[in-house]
Design a protein around this ligand. Structure first.
Ligand code: ADP
Ligand code: MG
Length: 278
């Protein structure tokens, strides 16, 4: 499952920002979307903490907040209501994504509440599914990973994320496992693969909010493995109050409680995604 092992197929030489056509082209970022149309499954938590774990391992990382609720933006200590340029302006008015990146613990392309209007504003634009993919062209060479948080729906914002991504990580809350929801997500992804982005793949399904004391959580993971086999990550994210505490301080759990089990779990997931170990 090592993402770094899969390279993008060679593309036509891209123009770089200095106008040369990329003879000394740097490696392009791996783009990962975190998606599940169900809310409360730890998409935002996983986007931020896996990004923080990549960064800790020495990689340059950009997080993109595509959720109008702005939870990722908030969890880095930024008030989405006070953001002047947001992903709305990037997607709808084609403002440079650089203009909405805040340099916090990790770099975050910020959301604001008006992002809720982006789906309608984009709906009549030609190429509306590719707005994010295009916007990222400007920063692909500056980062090794771009981690995109998505809203709890399969609307145009999520479709933009899945079209821009090479890999999709699907967090699932083991307490209320919804197989139907996962099948729906797979169907959407199949449509995107066929029509918009043939390279996109599920990197893995991540069991989150695991309460290892309950029989139910164990059964839910077994059911996941029966249905999705080795698509299920070996990493498990257990339930702990640290995940509620860290965002209030504007930090990832890796920064808030660097020696805790929660931080360790996301470091382990980073190793699994990077293909460092199993
Ligand atoms: P989503 O983005 O899918 O809606 P969030 O990442 O916002 O989900 O997580 C939903 C809630 O669960 C948040 O309050 C978050 O702090 C909490 N949470 C996430 N992961 C864990 C965990 N492993 N243990 C306990 N609480 C968690
Ligand atoms: Mg969220």
């Amino acid at each position: 499952m090592g993402l770094l092992e899969k390279k993008r197929p060679a593309q036509g030489a891209r123009r770089t920002s200095n106008g040369s056509n990329g003879r000394r082209r740097r490696k392009q970022a791996q783009v990962i979307a975190f998606a599940n149309q169900k809310g409360g499954v730890a998409k935002t938590t996983t986007t931020l903490n896996l990004a923080a774990a990549f960064q800790e391992a020495g990689h340059r990382v950009l997080c993109v907040d595509m959720d109008p609720q702005g939870n990722l933006t908030m969890s880095q200590g930024i008030d989405p209501d006070a953001v002047e340029v947001s992903m709305y302006d990037v997607l709808v008015h084609h403002v440079s994504i650089r203009d909405c990146i805040a340099q916090q613990e990790v770099d975050v392309a910020c959301a604001s509440i008006d992002l809720a209007g982006a789906e309608i504003a984009m709906s009549t634009q030609i190429g509306r599914e590719r707005s994010l993919e295009k916007a990222l062209d400007e920063v692909r060479e500056e980062y090794e990973f771009v981690c995109i948080d998505t809203p709890p729906s399969l609307g145009l914002l999520t479709i933009n994320a899945l079209t821009a991504a090479r890999a999709v990580i699907v967090p699932v809350q083991c307490e209320y496992l919804s197989m139907r929801g996962l099948v729906q997500l797979q169907n959407t992804l199949a449509m995107i693969k066929e029509n918009l982005n043939p390279d996109v793949e599920i990197a893995g399904i991540l069991p989150t909010l695991v309460d290892s004391r309950t029989v139910h959580a164990k059964e839910a993971i077994e059911l996941l493995e029966e249905n999705f086999g080795d698509q299920v990550f070996a990493s498990r994210i257990r339930k702990t109050v640290r995940f509620a505490e860290a965002p209030v301080k504007g930090m990832s759990v890796l920064k808030y409680d660097p020696d805790g089990k929660a931080a360790y779990a996301y470091r382990q997931l980073a190793r699994e995604v990077l293909g460092v170990d199993g």
